[in-house]
Design a protein around this ligand. Structure first.
Ligand code: NDP
Length: 291
């Protein structure tokens, strides 16, 4: 058993980037991937190819997983479960906090220890300044392996509940996906008037500065924590009229309405809950509850 080397299972763009960042620091890396050919370039760069999953597990104590979801981890590791005893599994794959908690229990039942992780940058950024990842699970276990994990990027340990790294990961990706959807929808509106989306790009860029101001003084987060929302400058009644106009304008233009319609529904419900004179952050009162 090698205590300084690392095994990486899952060689999509992210697993390949992780492997390269470790190799560049002189770490011995053993790799395995379902589609074996994805290891070829890494082996040429110095990685060791494991012929089987069991071999990959036996090679090192520390095993990093970079897969599409947690089910892939079970698909790969379950048939080699007898080789899991004594291993430290660090799952850097996306999935729900609940899946991470279940995985920690499953790992323990197989004699392995478990950390959940979430890498918050693109494969191109991995191993470079600015790269960072969330981790959660037993603190001592995290601290013992932090020096190796920090090669991927800055480590941000969120706590002993294994679900916390996926929680932070999902919450940030939630923002990315919904924000980009909003930006692309705005571009679709512009394009519907036969104006190139690129013409709109500088306006988006400027508007992001405004959005940053809107959220960066933390007032919205503080209002959400207090449950009281200043509506003295702009209130939900005015903004609900606004989102209705956006939905109507989209329909008029023959543009997809599902995104503004979803936001319209949230605004309508916020007003119905009595927040018409409150500020925009009061939509939190609808969003924080189950549909
Ligand atoms: P990919 O989906 O491209 O890679 C998936 C990997 O999972 C491949 O190695 C694939 O094997 C393997 N896999 C999927 N299903 C199975 C299965 N049932 N059995 C065995 N192997 C399976 O993902 P990325 O490399 O892009 O990302 C990996 C993780 O990192 C994801 O959870 C992603 O959310 C996260 N991430 C990715 C970022 C990115 O920009 N790419 C950014 C931040 C996080 P095979 O090659 O055989 O198909």
């Amino acid at each position: 058993k090698n205590t300084t080397g690392v095994t990486v299972i899952g060689l999509g763009p992210m697993g390949q980037a992780i492997t390269r960042s470790l190799l560049q620091k002189g770490i011995s890396v053993t790799v395995w991937n379902r589609t074996a050919s994805k290891a070829d370039d890494l082996v040429a760069a110095g990685a060791l190819r494991a012929a089987t999953v069991a071999d990959a597990l036996q090679a090192n104590e520390l095993v990093l997983l970079s897969l599409t979801h947690y089910q892939a981890m079970y698909d790969i590791l379950q048939p080699a479960a007898q080789a899991l005893a004594g291993k430290v599994l660090v799952n850097l794959s996306s999935d729900t906090p609940e899946k991470a908690r279940e995985a920690a229990v499953w790992a323990a039942a197989n004699g392995a220890q478990f950390l959940a992780g979430g890498i918050m940058v693109t494969p191109q950024q991995v191993g470079h300044p600015g790269s960072f990842a969330f981790f959660s699970g037993p603190q001592e276990l995290f601290e013992a392996h932090q020096p190796i994990l920090s090669i991927i990027g800055d480590t941000d340990y969120r706590g002993s509940d294994p679900g916390l790294a996926p929680l932070y990961y999902q919450a940030l990706l939630d923002i990315m996906f919904t924000s980009v959807a909003g930006i692309m929808h705005g571009m679709a509106l512009i394009k519907s008037a036969n104006i190139p989306a690129a013409t709109f790009a500088p306006y988006v860029d400027n508007f992001l500065v405004f959005l940053r101001q809107l959220v960066s003084d933390l007032q919205m987060a503080q209002e959400a924590d207090k449950g009281s929302y200043d509506g003295s400058h702009n209130n939900m009644l005015m903004m609900t009229a606004g989102i209705h106009h956006i939905t109507d304008a989209s329909a008029d233009a023959g543009v997809n309405t599902s995104l503004p319609a979803a936001v319209k529904d949230i605004f309508d419900r916020t007003v119905a809950k009595g927040h018409g004179k409150d500020g925009l952050a009061s939509i939190f009162e609808v969003l924080r509850q189950k549909d």
